[in-house]
Design a protein around this ligand. Structure first.
Ligand SMILES: N[C@@H](CCC(=O)N[C@@H](CS)C(=O)NCC(=O)O)C(=O)O
Length: 206
């Protein structure tokens, strides 16, 4: 399988999930502005939506949309415990959380990365994000991970998007449980490996 990614973008979430699950992935970097992949392919052809992440299966079929990709990866290795079993209420709670992160958090960051976004819109989006993070904070005050005691694909996604707070200047100092979560997840070996592979942190020398 191959993951088309852009360093530090939302594609970091499936990258982390694959490493957590022990699924070998080929990686191909994408210039999402130029819509070119590192091997010179036209990214519009790979994904007509023009965005990462894209998971190319060994059959050549492609799967897009982060929440679908992370569940697909977790289901390849059910024993990893990265997603509750299909058909259970817990699985719907996972999808509920992925939907919340996708539509309420991930996409609220998007205008903050656009230089042309007016200052008033930036302020409104930041205020909106802080409101949405409050629910997450309340949850993480009671439990280490979004679904309870165990790390799941939702945690990989939350970690990925929350890493964007610093570059866009979103103040998270009012969310100590969330900040502790970021630190805890960032120290997981698979997460560290994904960050190193994407060139986001320096490799630790032996
Ligand atoms: N709905 C998609 C959105 C993916 C998305 O927003 N990807 C961003 C990076 S985080 C991207 O590739 N943006 C480049 C572009 O849209 O031109 C998902 O949830 O996977």
């Amino acid at each position: 399988m191959k993951l088309y990614y852009s360093p530090g973008a939302c594609s970091l979430s499936p990258h982390i999930v694959a490493l957590e699950a022990g699924i070998p992935l080929k990686l191909e970097k994408v210039d999402t502005k130029a819509k070119r992949t590192a091997s010179g392919a036209d990214f519009w052809v790979v994904n007509p939506k023009g965005y990462v992440p894209v998971l190319e299966l060994d059959s050549g079929e492609v799967l897009t949309e982060g929440p679908a990709i992370v569940q697909y990866l977790a289901d390849q290795k059910p024993d990893s415990g990265l997603a509750p079993a299909n058909g259970t209420l817990s699985r719907y709670h996972l999808q509920e959380m992925l939907g919340y992160i996708n539509s309420e958090i991930h996409k609220s960051y998007s205008p903050l990365f656009q230089p042309e976004t007016p200052e008033a819109t930036r302020a409104e989006r930041k205020e909106y994000l802080q409101r949405r993070y409050r629910l997450i904070e309340n949850l993480l005050e009671k439990q280490p991970f979004l679904l309870g005691d165990k790390f799941s694909v939702a945690d990989a996604y939350l970690f990925t998007v929350t890493n964007w707070a610093k570059p866009v200047g979103l103040d998270l100092s009012g969310f100590p449980a969330l900040l502790a979560f970021q630190k805890r997840v960032g120290e997981r070996p698979a997460v560290r490996e994904a960050l190193e592979a994407e060139g986001l942190v320096k490799k630790a020398h032996a």
